[in-house]
Design a protein around this ligand. Structure first.
Ligand code: OSB
Ligand code: MG
Length: 376
């Protein structure tokens, strides 16, 4: 059982090494909320950390960083305070205590991660051990944003392939699809390649999207809107490229629907999007039972969550390389010891909990605001 004394919510703004452009935005910095939980576990004082996946603006999903901070303070933390007054709080019950609040999965995920981190640090247990991870390193994939030109794209992809990345994911959108994918495939005939549209197309584009079948892609990720699970199933029947869902899968329940409808041959499990690591494990288990491949997606995680994603991706059902690149792909300075890609892989952390204690100077450098909420 855990007893939280107070929670510090920090809004951080961390510059990116290069702009990251998707069909929904161009980011030059990662704005995120870091959750620090100061607690007692079996009498010992511990600090746990969680990172909220929400971006600065509600353009990937409906959540956004300032909103996550607000809902956490106003509606999530009071529920955890009530739960611990009843003496019933553990990381495993955080999800149930927050269930009455609709949505806000990224805010819930960050809080659950921070409580779980505190609990595992108190026990001296690594996240990989807690999860039952079966590998000590995971293959590293890279997500490549939309570029200004095809030569610029080829330069960027060449650099990542030379760094050892095991698969390349290209962001696509209408007007930046067939030709960039063709150019990368011609330059790298053997590289494992996939595309991500972030919901930029409609079923009317089916004939265009079918042309991607010529490029031997591992999968196409989320071509249609978040709500269009049934339409993804229709599109999947029209294409030979395996259909993968990201935005549409927000829970184990929606994953079950997507699998049953034939909308997802593959699922991108992004812990923040689905409400946390524990729901991620449930989706992994469900997908594995159905023979549906999964891989671990990302939200430009800092060191507060990158290693935890690697531990999750070390479960046996994660059969495709994830968007778990080295810290240097996004950040010149990370909040923790940076994760480095070695021989195309990221090592699964062995330290207790989900992350290292963040560097205090880095927190100061990147902080744009903070709030302390007392629970005890
Ligand atoms: O769709 O997977 C996505 C980043 C922000 C929002 C959505 C997505 C992404 C990425 C980057 O593709 C994944 C990463 O390396 O963190
Ligand atoms: Mg995606």
């Amino acid at each position: 059982m855990i007893q939280i004394d107070h929670v510090t919510l920090r809004e951080l703004r961390i510059p990116l090494v290069s702009p990251f452009t998707t069909s929904f935005s161009t980011q030059t910095a990662r704005t995120l909320v870091a959750v620090e939980v100061a607690a007692r576990v079996n009498g010992a004082e511990v600090t746990g950390w969680g990172e909220c996946g929400a971006l600065a603006e509600p353009v990937y999903s409906e959540e956004y960083a300032a909103g996550a901070m607000d809902v956490t303070e106003r509606f999530l933390l009071p529920r955890l305070a009530a739960a611990q007054r009843d003496g019933a709080l553990t990381a495993e019950t955080v999800g149930a205590h927050l269930e009455a609040v609709v949505g806000h999965r990224m805010a819930k995920a960050a809080l659950e991660a921070a409580v779980l981190d505190a609990q595992l640090k108190a026990a001296g247990t690594s996240f990989a051990t807690y999860l039952g991870a079966t590998r000590d390193r995971v293959p590293s994939g890279v997500s490549v944003g939309i570029q200004d030109s095809i030569p610029a794209l080829l330069d960027v992809v060449r650099r990542y392939v030379d760094e050892g990345y095991q698969r390349v994911k290209l962001k696509i959108q209408p007007g930046w699809d067939i030709e960039p994918v063709r150019a990368v495939r011609e330059a790298h005939p053997d590289v494992p390649l996939q595309v991500d549209a972030n919901a930029a197309y409609t079923l009317v584009d089916a004939a265009l999207l079918r042309r991607l079948d010529a490029f031997d892609l591992l999968l196409i990720e989320q071509p249609l809107a978040e709500d269009d699970i049934r339409q993804h199933a229709e599109l999947a029947r029209l294409m030979s490229t395996p259909m993968c869902l990201d935005e549409s899968v927000v829970s184990a329940a929606s994953a079950a629907d997507a699998i049953a409808l034939g909308a997802a041959a593959v699922i991108n499990i992004k812990p923040s999007r689905v409400g946390g690591y524990l729901e991620s494990v449930r989706i992994h288990d469900l997908a594995r039972a159905h023979g549906t491949a999964v891989w671990c997606g990302g939200m430009l995680e800092t060191g507060l969550a990158r290693g935890a994603n690697a531990a999750l991706a070390a479960l046996p059902g994660f059969t495709l390389p994830g968007d778990i690149s080295g810290s240097a792909r996004f950040y010149e300075r990370d909040l923790t010891t940076p994760f480095a890609i070695e021989d195309g892989h990221i090592a699964v952390p062995t330290f207790p909990g989900l992350c290292e204690q963040p560097n205090a100077d880095a927190l100061v450098e990147f902080e744009v605001g903070s709030r302390v909420v007392r629970l005890a």
